[in-house]
Design a protein around this ligand. Sequence first.
Ligand code: NAD
Length: 357
Amino acid sequence: MSHFQTSFDARSAAVRVRFGPGVRHQLADEITHLGCRRALILSTPPQADGAMEMAADLKGMAAGVFTRAAMHTPVAVTEEAMEHAHSVDADCLVALGGGSTTGLGKAIAYRTDLPQIVIPTTYAGSEATWILGQTENGEKTTLTDPKVQPEVILYDAELVRTLPVGMTVNSALNAMAHAAEALYAENRNPMSTMLAVEGLRAFAAALPRVIENPEDLDARGETLYGAWLCGTVLGQVGMALHHKLCHTLGGSFDLPHAETHAVVLPHALAYNAIAVPDLLAPVTGIFGGSNPGRALFDFARSMGAPMALRDLGLKRDDVAKAAELATRKPYWNPQPVTRPAIDVLLLAAWAGDPPAA
Ligand code: NAD
């Protein structure tokens, strides 16, 4: 199938990517390659042991360790980490973890221009984008700036083996959502489409193998490869209805990030398949069936993903409020976004029903 378009704009970031089991042990070389000598290692509290081990491996090249990264990048934590970076005279940042830790590294880099090396341990894909979301006074804002793009990414499949199965599935569906929406993005280009199709294929092939055996290093590697492709595509094109719904549900109703993506994605795809069946044809090509939304619904269910927003804590009474918020200032979307249609979509997602064909 050709992804050719008669005209398009494209951009790609100059990022050094290294991939392979054990590649994290090359970290000292990467720090030297950046012209740096004193790295500040970042992690969340549960990943503090890994961060300490990494610092011990680096010997004199680890200037310090900061282990208080938190979900949604609170500005107060960023300020604390910046003080720490200053006090230990750090000249680069190493983020070991998922999107929360990567977000902290990006937030520090945005304010200080320190170079970043990211060692991802989930599939969120933040390491491959210029996007930074931050929270202050209970409000999340997002900015896009080349300064926040990490310079180096080390993808080491050994590190995702510890990701529990439930989190693995949710994180994978979160990544797949970036690729699925990229297929119909207003500013898509042939390269973003190729990345999206291959990212979805990688997850379709490898995720069932990971669920069967979470220790399978090859399968873990292929899912991490999928995460790189899906994250890269997120950094290249704009997002539409699916991401708008997830941002509304996460931002205004405090629903968990990756789980919300997992539930909403089949419904958003079914909604948009009405307008752009050809652009979504790769989804059924990869996952089977004749309707992209239903195909992903069945795939997510077979992986044991959460299927209903009510199980994530959304109250029945909040469905209408969420529909109102999500349709007030909608993102561009191939299928017109109307309040009655979003009411129906969110009600099905709330109940865990299959998406309308
Ligand atoms: P996370 O980074 O918050 O990790 C979730 C939990 O899992 C944490 O407690 C972490 O310590 C733990 N964990 C991570 N990897 C593990 C592993 N291998 N083994 C065991 N435990 C592990 O979650 P996430 O889903 O990766 O990231 C979500 C955040 O990233 C959100 O704030 C989201 O907005 C952001 N994000 C940003 C972008 C972007 O481009 N800016 C893209 C995707 C996600």
